[in-house]
Design a protein around this ligand. Structure first.
Ligand SMILES: Cc1cc2nc3c(=O)[nH]c(=O)nc-3n(C[C@H](O)[C@H](O)[C@H](O)COP(=O)(O)O)c2cc1C
Length: 196
């Protein structure tokens, strides 16, 4: 992947802006290394990790989002503990970004309907299965050609949104790695250098 802009590595304010710029770009570019982050939470007493597709990243609201199934364990666990973490790694840019925040879901509301109409319906096959993600099943149940009710799917579709209030940026370079922590405080990203 080409990274035409040399990352700013001394100005913390600019670094914060650059990360949000990259996140927004990644949500719109399926070839971007950050398009498929690892989304994590704590559920059943252990770190739960999974790959998701980053569907939106808004610097103004600090909200990251992905699409998922309302029946999936992560959504069920969210009711217990809304803290979620996102892990992004761009091998070519040599940047790891970890973002932390509180999540909630949109189901059947204006945003969920909009996302469904904008293209999420193309994944309807995933959402209209009678099986909840993670549920035990027979091999035959996994046959994607099995007949499904064509009008179902949307009722299981949710947008998982997460408002980010902290992130950790790590930039690897031979001259010395750079790492900074950013906290959302008093309406701005407050950055501090930390040891890599
Ligand atoms: C490349 C890739 C992209 C994925 N994207 C999503 C996604 O956007 N939303 C989602 O719920 N699961 C996605 N998955 C599946 C999840 O990794 C996971 O298996 C599923 O969501 C069940 O997670 P849970 O049991 O922790 O709830 C993706 C998997 C891969 C390999």
């Amino acid at each position: 992947m080409l990274h035409p802009v040399t990352p700013e590595i001394s100005n913390l304010e600019q670094i914060a802006k650059d990360q949000w710029h990259s996140l927004a770009a990644a949500s719109n570019d399926r070839h971007h290394a950050w398009h498929t982050p690892t989304l994590a939470n704590v559920g059943e007493g252990i770190a739960q990790l999974r790959t998701v597709v980053l569907r939106s990243a808004d610097p103004a609201t600090r909200i990251l989002s992905c699409h998922t199934d309302s029946r999936s364990p992560k959504v069920i666990q969210l009711a217990e503990d809304s803290k979620f973490s996102w892990h992004f790694y761009d091998r070519d840019a040599k940047i790891q970004l970890r973002a932390y925040g509180n999540a909630w879901t949109h189901q059947g509301d204006a945003l969920a309907r909009q996302r469904w109409q904008d293209g999420a319906w193309r994944s309807a096959q995933c959402y209209r299965t009678p099986l909840a993600p993670g549920q035990s099943c027979m091999e035959a149940d996994l046959d994607i050609n099995a007949p499904v009710d064509p009008v179902t799917g949307e009722e299981h579709f949710v947008v998982l949104a997460c408002e980010i209030d902290q992130f950790d940026w790590l930039f690897l370079r031979v001259e010395g790695h750079r790492r900074a922590r950013f906290l959302w405080e008093a309406g701005r990203w407050q950055g501090d250098w930390i040891a890599p």
